[in-house]
Write a protein that binds this ligand. Structure first.
Ligand code: GDP
Ligand code: ZN
Length: 295
């Protein structure tokens, strides 16, 4: 039995990249999966048997355990979310960055921040703009899809993992993807001719294969920016720099806004929590409470 990962699903066919060799097999599901009503997602790891080695066809026999699942786009086993923002054009919107960070924290994915278009402001200014976030402990890479600055570092961060890009439009997500895998537009990596079939009809999510074994979802994730599924009580927990203080306030139901003897606000005054992060927190809190819903 072979093992591999579904990198594309189309019209009842599942394209499985073998873990043992650099080959994509065109597979179908064993009939019993239809009766059992099991869904297979792009990103799923499967066991399959080969029907014809020359034709690269096979049958999926088993679904292997799934670690995570994202719904839009539907992708299983994502290892990390790469939050792409631009240092200029569009100007870096911190509250929007905090909103994406909150969403990804709430989903529990690992996070990499990618600041693109550093050619427009210079590396120093781009790094200063993210200093608070690096202090909080977020990993940040600085790139330019234009000059290729930082693309090696970004590629390293993608190595051997399944990543999805997210971020506002216009920041350079598609430009970065095209740089990382120039063939992606015509072909999924270098792996297969078969996969081209059906490409020009309906768009389906697929995984782009990088030379270093990294896989990147070809469609951005986290397109809905609604945060109202998050409870008031857990909001501060998703702000990493607030987390450690949340249990130390005078009132144990403290929401860290206007309550007295709040340990979070003390940390804010002592400069342990950046003011702009706290402002985002308050803004999200009133949104979750239903006082201000703009999304
Ligand atoms: P997306 O909406 O996030 O996919 O953004 P695009 O990849 O479509 O890029 C939006 C615009 O920004 C395009 O005109 C790109 O040419 C431009 N762009 C992308 N990356 C860079 C960069 O690193 N530097 C500069 N100066 N422009 C960039
Ligand atoms: Zn408090």
């Amino acid at each position: 039995m072979e093992t591999g990962r579904i990198i594309k699903a189309y019209a009842g066919y599942y394209y499985v990249l073998s873990f043992e060799r650099d080959v994509v097999y065109e597979t179908r599901l064993r009939g019993r999966f239809r009766q059992e009503d099991i869904d297979f997602y792009v990103g799923d790891r499967v066991e399959f048997s080969i029907i014809d080695e020359d034709e690269q066809t096979g049958v999926i026999e088993e679904l292997l355990p799934r670690s995570t699942k994202l719904d839009r786009p539907a992708v299983a086993n994502i290892d990390q979310v790469v939050l792409v923002f631009a240092s200029q054009q569009p100007e870096l919107n911190y509250e929007l960055l905090d909103r994406f960070l909150l969403l990804v924290e709430a989903y529990g994915f690992e996070i990499l921040i990618c600041i693109n278009k550093v050619d427009l402001v210079g590396l120093n200014e781009a790094q200063e703009a993210l200093a608070d976030y690096e202090d909080i402990g977020y990993r940040v890479v600085y790139t330019s899809a234009e000059t290729e600055h930082g693309l090696n570092r970004l590629t390293e961060e993608l190595q051997g993992r399944l990543s999805v890009l997210a971020g506002p439009s216009g920041v350079g997500k598609s430009s970065l993807l095209n740089r990382l895998s120039p063939e992606a537009e015509m072909d999924v990596g270098k792996v297969s001719q078969k996969i081209k079939q059906g490409r020009h009809t309906t768009r389906h999510v697929e995984l782009i294969t990088l030379d270093n074994g990294g896989l990147v979802v070809d469609t951005p994730g986290f397109t809905s920016l609604r945060i109202d599924f998050i409870a008031e009580r857990e909001l501060a927990y998703f702000f990493r720099e607030m987390r450690e203080y949340t249990g130390q306030c005078k009132f144990n139901d403290c929401l860290h806004s206007s309550e007295p003897e709040c340990r979070v606000k003390q940390a804010l005054e002592e400069g342990e929590i950046p003011q702009s992060r706290y402002d985002s927190y308050l803004s999200f809190l009133s949104e979750i409470k239903g006082e201000d819903n703009q999304w």
